[in-house]
Design a protein around this ligand. Structure first.
Ligand SMILES: [Zn+2]
Length: 592
């Protein structure tokens, strides 16, 4: 949906409109069109659509008809939600919601009224065009080339009608139809259907409507029926109703099956999707004319957490597959990759399989490896482990591949790559080039992850080797912020330092519990990678941050409890505390 321009400050009479609309729409339903929500106690929770996150901190309260995100701290009612998600203003949100609730608005500014009208006229025009093209395809002699094309692709009428396929005849057929119906030709131009000279933009093409997830036609893509035509497919331009990269083709038809099967099948071409539905793969969709975008992944994530990628096996297809796999992973979605044996695309595979298509498809799905594994297999194909040059080359490729995924997945992926190739996971997680003086943050992160050394035990070892670093750490960190396992030894070492200065630890070590003596002696014998005050400060900050994050999730759990008990004072206190912590965490992460 297009954004509307900033309008006048809402007047008193428009307050009535806000109230009327608010009473007629349900915030939960509106949010659910954009976010997958799970009910917990009386609230609904989901992934915030306004900031990147892996675990839900976006809460909708159906009683209050309000929402709040503990991550980015945005909050509001149904109007603010629509404002943010549709990138419009308060008036625009009112307009969209009023349309939905069937409330008549009278106080729009002339400019807003005009834009809202235009958008509606464009949508009406697209609907009319789809009906006209479909009629031409099936009911007129002019539709013959379109019918022949479908026949050659073995797409039956039933499937074609589900997608509302149509045929645009040569010349000015659509313009004449509009004239006969006394409809505006200007609107058809706004909708991208007609050239200035009145000829049909899609003339002599099989026309495929691109519909949103609710089934409303927003644009067309069209395939030529002529062998001599250079451009096989052409697409609608962007219009007041259509923004490329926001729509998923066939999602309106596939959404139920996606939910039922737990995954969506993502293909490259619209025709692949049509054939797939014809052969019973009715959870197939396509990203429609662009490489996968963040908006599209977010849209799919409302329906499922898993994408099955079916891309061409050529170089471009493999690159698109990798991009989709990493983009999906960045949004917390899993991917698997279907490899088609002896076929260049799903269309060819399914048509060749004929009546066995459904069964053969199930076999492929069952065997599909994860998106990461598919890339790994490609990167390490033909590796000879006894050839050091080859090992170095493959290790480099795998390192790059692993790094494209979110940090939390990398250890596991390096392990899988080690099992698959025999190349050590440490080599696969190593930084690309050994920089002479690595920035403390990077060096530290790498080593801590590689050695599975927590920030707390790293700090304890560092302080054992360099007790004077307590001077820097002491004012930053309270023992309560450390994990329990590091706390006792930290406090004991701090006390020794306060009594005896830099040599206090050595003087008092004999009085420490044996396991702590052991740990300190080992640190002396094999110090941690970087021992200096800067690293100590950085570790202390990391420990504080981890502690704050833990406390933050704790509060959110307590909140659910308090809400169930309807203890409003506690809810208010916890919300304030969570907000403050959230802000402090953000602040630290920004600095960090
Ligand atoms: Zn948020």
């Amino acid at each position: 949906m297009g954004g509307l321009t900033i309008g006048p400050v809402p007047t008193l009479s428009s307050d009535d409109a806000f109230a009327e609309v608010k009473a007629k729409v349900d915030l939960v339903k509106v949010v659910q069109e954009h976010v997958r929500l799970t009910k917990r106690n009386k609230d609904f929770w989901g992934l915030c659509p306004f900031h990147q996150e892996d675990s839900p901190s976006f809460k909708v309260n159906p009683q209050m008809q309000s929402w709040y995100c503990f991550g980015c701290e945005r909050s509001g009612d149904v109007f603010t939600f629509v404002e943010l998600i549709e990138k419009t203003d308060k008036r625009g949100a009112l307009q969209l919601l009023a349309e939905r609730a069937g409330v008549e608005l009278k106080k729009l500014s002339p400019d807003q009224r005009e834009r809202a009208d235009l958008r509606k006229r464009v949508l009406d025009m697209l609907k009319l065009a789809a009906q006209y093209y479909e009629y031409v395809l099936w009911k007129t002699p002019a539709g013959e080339p379109g019918r022949r094309l479908l026949e050659s692709r073995r797409v039956g009428e039933e499937t074609a009608r589900r997608f509302q396929l149509g045929y645009a005849p040569a010349g000015r057929g659509f313009a004449e139809y509009l004239r006969a119906k006394q409809r505006s030709l200007a609107d058809a131009q706004e909708a991208g259907l007609m050239r200035r000279d009145g000829t049909d933009f899609f003339a002599e093409r099989l026309v495929i409507p691109i519909r949103d997830e609710r089934g409303q036609a927003l644009a067309f893509t069209a395939r030529t029926v002529r062998a001599d035509e250079q451009r096989k497919y052409i697409n609608s331009p962007e219009t007041p109703s259509y923004i490329k990269g926001r729509v998923i083709f066939a999602l309106d038809l596939a959404r139920d099956e996606i939910t039922r099967r737990g995954h969506a099948v993502l293909m490259e071409g619209q025709f692949d999707v049509i054939t797939s539905h014809h052969f019973g793969v009715t959870n197939a969709v396509a990203s429609s004319g662009t490489a996968m975008t963040d908006d599209q992944v977010r849209l799919l994530k409302r329906f499922t957490d898993e994408l099955l990628l079916v891309f061409d096996s050529d170089r471009a297809g493999r690159a698109a597959m990798r991009k989709a796999a990493t983009l999906a992973a960045a949004h917390g979605m899993r991917t698997r990759v279907v490899i088609l044996p002896d076929a260049k695309d799903p269309d060819e595979f399914l048509r060749a399989a004929g009546p066995d298509a459904a069964t053969r498809w199930e076999d492929l799905v069952a065997r599909a490896a994860s998106g990461f594994e598919a890339g790994m297999a490609e990167d390490s194909a033909g590796l000879n482990p006894s050839n050091p040059n080859q090992v170095e080359l493959v290790a480099g490729r795998l390192r790059d591949w692993i790094r494209q995924f979110p940090e939390g997945l990398r250890d596991g992926y390096a392990e899988a790559a080690e099992r698959h190739t025999g190349i050590s996971r440490h080599l696969l997680l190593r930084d690309p080039e050994p920089a002479p003086i690595p920035r403390p943050t990077n060096g530290l992160a790498g080593r801590v992850a590689g050695k599975k050394l927590s920030a707390g035990s790293y700090l304890v070892q560092l302080l054992a080797v360099r007790p004077v670093a307590f001077e820097r750490v002491r004012p930053m960190l309270t023992p309560q912020e450390l994990d329990q396992s590091d706390r006792a030894i930290f406090v004991r070492m701090l006390e020794s330092y306060e009594r005896g200065g830099p040599s206090g630890l050595e003087a008092e070590l004999a009085g420490y519990p044996p396991e702590e003596q052991d740990l300190i002696r080992r640190a002396w014998a094999a110090p941690p990678p970087n021992v200096d005050d800067e690293v100590a400060v950085e570790l202390a900050e990391r420990i504080r941050l981890d502690h704050m994050k833990g406390r933050h999730s704790g509060i959110i759990r307590e909140l659910s409890e308090a809400e169930r008990g309807r203890d409003l004072d506690v809810v208010a206190r916890l919300e304030a505390e969570a907000r403050e912590l959230g802000r402090a965490i953000q602040e630290m992460e920004r600095r960090g």
